[in-house]
Design a protein around this ligand. Structure first.
Ligand code: FRU
Length: 622
């Protein structure tokens, strides 16, 4: 038996290497020390790491037990690790790399005659992925590999393993797919054409267009060079990316903020018939201050106010101003993040001079405040104000233009893993009256894509009375229906364990609605590409992608709504009483769908699966 296994392994090995000469190992870091490599500084410790180091996010992707991890002592440690000299004998050098993306600072270098001739960084991810140097032109030359950690700030470390010379490249080349058709490109969620984005900024509706500004790195696929990117849409579904709106200046890079239509021309920026759109943002310089810029051509070009900043530095990294017009007091109101868990409200007659109204603390929260009125159960006479933090947790209460009086503690509507920096639209016409929110789906993974990070699908927020008191509900905006293609429907179907009435149906862009009568099942739900979105009956919890939310059934029934895109699943329970906004990296070959009952029988009262068309072809046409 043992012999058979060994000879099978030998065959497997042979078939891998048969295509070219055998790989030449430079280092696999499996030994107890760095075996002849020269160490400087304190970042690399005495020898290879054997896993995640204290306070580090989980490190994955290394081979065997040992690998290089310069997180020894955290990000602040620095140093270098240089290999003994070797001769270049193959076309490629392959290695696994993860960690920081600082060019020249957290990197793997190939040195020839002490000069850096090739270099690669991590991707701000603890996962180690293959990288490849094409070194054909250096065959026969003496070289060294140098691993550098010369960065003490965020992502100031590097992970490396399995450095080999080879006839084949292991780094997958980005498939040359047309823009917006790449394998992991969300098809109805906003992404930048290329490069990194984070927070939605300046959400405002004007003259038939929804504006979506966003924290953007025009120069790279990781966070940095903060600029306001810009896109517009007629329907919150089809986006067209425009020129960047706000570029870094002498006051700093452009951090998050908001935008308003200055209907009354309070700031005096308007010209001709065009109202001024005014952006209120943080200049993240030394120190952080709050500034304004205006546009009198529907957001196409922006002028920064020449007397910026309009609000001087208060404390720490104060930032992320969100502004709304308060008609009864005829004043603008700004919610601002101060520092740690502290926020403040200010008011202004003209967007240029601001007076402190009140300080607020939201335990466990930080960054990106939003502050807006919401009619309780749709009744204008019963309007309350809601204050949200970046993580979407909120307070609700009364606001008289001077003082916000929250009632009860912090509440939460979304429990997903990738829901952050939430912001709602301003200036939605009265006739529409919706409160529409977009979140940055922070932390999604898009390996080898030309873009990085996506927005959540826009949701309508409502405030409804529940047995627990007023609660925010959120559901996808109805405009998603404009993407509906084929549909599959079920009604009144009994379902027992092991049955799947959706067998044979597949897809990767879907809007699913299902009502279950729980019967005596222990769990009911749907599966999408191998992931379960399930309701646990006894625990009264909706679970999806490792996240979980408490949810009461209503009259023995639970209602699910699930939006599926190529790299995200947004699940909504009981008409948006709770939601789970999460990213995932699906298996490419599994597009199957399922509906299930476990531990007993349930009834599918109704179930509709809408296939969704891509939103991009229209937007991509300039
Ligand atoms: C939230 C945040 C904001 C800041 C911006 C910088 O994700 O940290 O507080 O303004 O991102 O990009």
């Amino acid at each position: 038996m043992r012999g058979t296994l060994l000879s099978m392994a030998a065959v497997a090995l042979f078939s891998v290497t048969a295509r070219g000469a055998e790989d030449m190992l430079i280092a696999d870091f499996e030994g107890p020390d760095y075996a002849g490599w020269t160490v400087t500084g304190d970042a690399f410790g005495a020898g290879p790491a054997h896993g995640t180091l204290p306070d580090q996010q989980a490190v994955t992707g290394f081979l065997g037990k040992g690998f290089v991890n310069s997180y020894v002592g955290g990000d602040k440690s620095t140093g270098t690790l240089t290999s003994p000299e070797f001769t270049i004998g193959r076309r490629y050098i392959n290695f696994l790399v993860g960690g920081g993306a600082h060019e020249g600072k957290t990197c793997v270098n190939l040195l020839i005659d002490s000069k850096v001739v090739r270099t690669a960084t991590g991707q701000e991810d603890e996962h180690l992925d293959w990288a490849t140097f094409d070194v054909g032109e250096f065959k026969g030359k003496a070289a060294r590999i140098q691993i550098v950690d010369n960065e003490a700030g965020g992502w100031g470390h590097i992970n490396v393993d399995q450095i080999v010379q080879s006839d084949e490249r292991k780094q997958q080349e980005v498939a040359a797919a047309p823009l917006y058709e790449e394998a992991l490109r969300p098809q109805f969620h906003f992404t930048a054409q290329k490069n990194w984005l984070n927070d939605p900024n300046g959400l405002v509706f004007y003259e038939g267009e929804y504006h979506l500004f966003f924290q953007y790195n025009p120069k790279g696929n990781v966070w940095g060079n903060m600029t306001w990117g810009h896109a517009v849409s007629p329907d919150l579904v089809r986006w067209k990316q425009l020129e960047n709106a706000l570029l870094p200046d002498s006051l700093g890079t452009m951090f998050s903020g908001s935008a308003v239509v200055d209907w009354q021309n309070s700031a005096g920026f308007a010209k001709g018939g065009e109202k001024a759109l005014v952006a209120i943002y943080t200049a993240a310089g030394e120190p952080f201050t709050q500034c304004i810029a205006y546009s009198i051509d529907r957001g196409r070009s922006w002028t920064k106010y020449d007397k910026n900043p309009v609000l001087a530095h208060i404390v720490g990294g104060n930032r992320d101003p969100k502004v709304i017009w308060h008609a009864p007091t005829h004043k603008w109101v700004m919610a601002l993040f101060k520092d740690k868990e502290d926020y403040a409200l200010f008011s202004s007659p003209d967007l240029k001079s601001w007076t402190l109204l009140q300080d607020l603390t939201l335990p466990g929260c930080g960054e990106c405040p939003d502050f807006f009125p919401m009619p309780l159960d749709g009744e204008k006479a019963n309007t309350r104000w809601v204050f949200t933090a970046a993580n979407g947790k909120y307070l609700d209460g009364d606001f008289d233009g001077k003082k916000f009086t929250p009632e009860g503690g912090l509440k939460q509507v979304d429990f997903g893993k990738n829901y952050y920096a939430v912001q709602t639209y301003g200036d939605i016409p009265e006739s529409d009256g919706r409160r529409i929110q977009i979140a940055w789906m922070n932390g999604g993974k898009y390996p080898r894509m030309p873009f990085n990070q996506q927005m959540s699908f826009p949701c309508t927020m409502t405030l409804r009375n529940t047995p627990d008191g007023p609660r925010v509900f959120r559901l996808p905006v109805k405009e998603i229906e404009s993407l509906y293609a084929k549909e599959h429907k079920l009604a009144d179907v009994a379902i027992a364990p092991g049955e799947n009435p959706l067998a044979g149906i597949s897809g990767d862009c879907l809007d699913i609605e299902a009502v279950f009568e729980l019967g005596d099942a222990q769990e009911v739900g749907v599966t999408v590409r191998g992931e379960s979105i399930g309701y646990l009956v006894k625990e009264k919890r909706l679970n999806a992608l490792g996240a979980s939310a408490e949810l009461e059934p209503v009259n023995g029934r639970v209602k699910l709504r699930v939006l599926v895109d190529r790299t995200s699943i947004e699940a909504f329970g009981n008409d948006g009483r709770v939601s789970l906004t999460s990213c995932f990296l699906p298996k490419a070959d599994d597009k199957g769908l399922g509906v299930f009952a476990k531990g007993g029988k349930a009834k599918i009262v109704s179930l509709t699966v809408h296939d969704l068309r891509s939103a991009w072809p229209v937007a991509a046409t300039k």
